[in-house]
Structures are given as C-alpha cells and as structure tokens.
Design a protein around this ligand. Sequence first.
Ligand SMILES: Cc1cc2nc3c(=O)[nH]c(=O)nc-3n(C[C@H](O)[C@H](O)[C@H](O)COP(=O)(O)OP(=O)(O)OC[C@H]3O[C@@H](n4cnc5c(N)ncnc54)[C@H](O)[C@@H]3O)c2cc1C
Length: 284
Amino acid sequence: MKSPVFAYAAPNTVAEACSLLANDEDAKLLAGGQSLVPLLALRLAAPTTLVDLRLVPALTGITYDQGVLRLGAMTTHRAIERSPLVQDVAPAIAEAAALIAHPQVRTRGTIGGAVAHADAAAEWPAVLLALGGHVEVTGTTGSRSISASDLFMGPFMTSLEPDEVITSVSLPIDGREIWVDEHQRRHGDYGLSILAMTYQLSDGFLTDVRLAVAGATGSVTRAPEAEAALEGRAPADSSDAITALAAELSYTSDIHGSADYRRDITTTLFQRALRAAGERSGQA
Ligand SMILES: Cc1cc2nc3c(=O)[nH]c(=O)nc-3n(C[C@H](O)[C@H](O)[C@H](O)COP(=O)(O)OP(=O)(O)OC[C@H]3O[C@@H](n4cnc5c(N)ncnc54)[C@H](O)[C@@H]3O)c2cc1C
C-alpha cells in the first residue's frame, strides 16, 4: 500500500517545528521514520503534514555532565550504541541500544522517536523508567521537563501536548548499577520481555532498586512490590521478590506468546539480573 498524500516541512529550529504542529492539528513529527513510515504505508496514520526534524541541529549530540547523560532527541540508536562516551560512562546503555532491531533500523531510528512512540515493547521507555530519567520538551508556550513516570500513559500514549517536541532524553548515571536484557524469539525481533533494573549495592545488600518491564505487559511498567521485596536484601535472598514480580504484573497473551510464557521469561530475566547483582557484590 502507498502512504496517503501529505505536505512536508523541514524546519531548522525547534520553535518552527512547534508552530507547524500548533497550526495544524493533524501534522506529525518525523524523526527516523522507523515507526511512523510503516504506519503511513499501512494507512494506520494519515497526517496532513510531516514535520521532519532532521535539519534541527539543536536536537543532536550526546553529553555527560554532573552525573547526567543527555541524548539529543534525534540521536540514533546506533550512535548511542557506538558512542565512546556512552560506552565509557554507561556501557549498559550502549548495550541496551544494541538490543533494538537490526543495524539498518538502529541507524535511522532515534531515541526521541522511540520514547514519543511509547511502544509497549520498546527498550528505551523501560530504560528511562528504571533509571528515573526525564525528557526535555519544548512547545509553543515554552519548555518543560517530564519525568519518565509522568510521561508514559499507556501503549502508544504519552503526556506530550500536541505542539510539543522532545528535545532531549536525560539519564542519571550516578553510580547505581544498571542491568538491561530481553528475550527475543529471533535476533532483532521486538522483545517478548524486556527487563531493566537499577540499584545500589551497599555491603552486599541491594538498595534503591528500580525495576521496569516492557514487552511482556500491556505497557511499560515499574514493579513496586518486587522492588520493595528486594530493598535491603542480598541478591541471593530474592525469592519473595521473584514471587512478587510474577504476581503483580498483568502479562500479555497474543500470537507471539501466552501470558504464562511471558511471566516465565520475565522471571528468568529477573533471576539473571539478580545473579549479575550477586556477581557484582562478590557473593555469587
Ligand atoms: C523492523 C523494525 C524493527 C523494530 N524493532 C524495534 C525494537 O526491537 N525495539 C524498539 O524500541 N523499536 C523497534 N523498532 C522501532 C524503532 O526503534 C524506531 O526507531 C522508533 O520506535 C521510533 O523512532 P523514529 O526516530 O524512527 O521515529 P518516527 O518513526 O519518525 O516517529 C515515531 C513517532 O514519534 C513521534 N516523534 C518522533 N520524534 C519526536 C520528537 N522528538 N518529539 C516528539 N515526538 C516525536 C512521531 O511524530 C511519531 O508519532 C523497529 C522498527 C522496525 C521497522
């Protein structure tokens, strides 16, 4: 199928992009096009205007300052995966980028697009939630910061206003341990379960645990009961948390796998994360 007819604009500034959105309620931003273009081709989206962000220099760049890794919204998954800075300050983030699809998709798809798209099986929303990160956004009335917990409202739903552009994604890289992995049916597929976990290790005990799951549930979600069950425990003392994670989430059933299957693989991912925590604490 061919995409519907649309007008095309390629502004040079975020302000121009915002006013194009504000002046046409059916306009849509175009970043890497790796989610939007298939939707156009399937005629599941029919924007009147595509506002292409590729010529906006303010949306690019990776910086690390005072414990915060800031990724410009138009930074591609591949650039994050290959960035020497990211590999140095947060290797788990570079590895998480490499879990996304295939190199062809990663070379065009952007972190801003993935976060705005809020696919329930996407890696970045889980990473953002587990790290307690935030996005900077700009609209016609100004800029604001939205925490990950206030951004994701459900599958393909965010709290962005129609005229707002995500300008950057900020991840706190503050000494907490980070673990991200997923189970894919075939290499490059969307994850059937994605688990991101961050924590501190203090004398071999876990504190400040944050767990986020995607792919296995209807939308990206934290797991507060499992987090609480791990607080102050050694990684090996985790049977309550494993039981909690299996019980507290509502696992999805579809043609790719049953809810029971997704619960099982999420449990396995969690056990791997805990084993890694044990190794990091020298207890494994
Ligand atoms: C074969 C294939 C496999 C894939 N596998 C995975 C996978 O395993 N994991 C995964 O996470 N993704 C996967 N994707 C999707 C890919 O990661 C996309 O890059 C991503 O979802 C969207 O980023 P994009 O830059 O391509 O955005 P686009 O497709 O251009 O836009 C997506 C949406 O975000 C909006 N948007 C874009 N940028 C901004 C911004 N700065 N501010 C506000 N709104 C914005 C657009 O208006 C649109 O609604 C896959 C895609 C393909 C084609």
